[in-house]
Design a protein around this ligand. Sequence first.
Ligand SMILES: C[S@@+](CC[C@H](N)C(=O)[O-])C[C@H]1O[C@@H](n2cnc3c(N)ncnc32)[C@H](O)[C@@H]1O
Length: 234
Amino acid sequence: MKRSAKERVKKKGENQAPAISRADNPADKPGPNLSVNLEEALFCDFVGGAVGHRLRFGGGRGQALPKAAGLTKGRTPQIVDATAGFGRDAFLLASLGAEVTLIERSPEVHAMLEEGMKRAREADERIVEIISRMTLLFGDAKALLKDMSPEVVVVDPMHPARKTTALVKKEMRVLRSYVGADPDAEELMKAALSVATKRVVLKWPVKADPLENIRKPSHQIIGKSTRYDVFMTG
Ligand SMILES: C[S@@+](CC[C@H](N)C(=O)[O-])C[C@H]1O[C@@H](n2cnc3c(N)ncnc32)[C@H](O)[C@@H]1O
């Protein structure tokens, strides 16, 4: 269930990240002086946890997302992650050498990600180098993409509720509590398809229905629970 604004906006205190202000909030989410719970901000952990583990032991460019985004031995495209969230996918792509621009429209999620990137800049050299390839923007990607011409756009909207009863990971539940659903995913895909010079990658649950009014993908990379629909544009 979506949390009330009151629950989300907590008093500034020792355990919380500094309050942030957004004069202009394109996502029409709660207004200025939002505070972010530091415990939740820690989901943006690029050093330890699952992200750190994947960095140390992951399968490099052979993993599904880098493959779908077109990272090959000799090619490293320049990428826009139009749905940054907690920045995990962007971090993976940046760890493999890609320059990634991240766009996030939820002020709370943007603040958590900013905080996570700040903490990561205080980590070891390897992490600092990866984060230096990540540029975070605040706003709605449907609008911001219009002024960009990236080679690749990655789109990973909040997924429709699962058909199974399997427990959704805690990070995803936290994300959902802040941003709810992304009912404009189709419009975002159209915006991405109109600017990407090489390809658009849609990350989507294996069993979910395809997005309406979007052409068939050029190819798919199908995993256990997630699939990557790849739309070649150039
Ligand atoms: C499923 S999460 C993405 C998770 C991300 N791939 C990761 O690795 O952490 C979707 C995120 O995209 C954001 N989002 C959805 N539509 C957007 C848009 N049009 N512009 C900017 N951000 C958007 C949501 O606010 C949410 O934080």
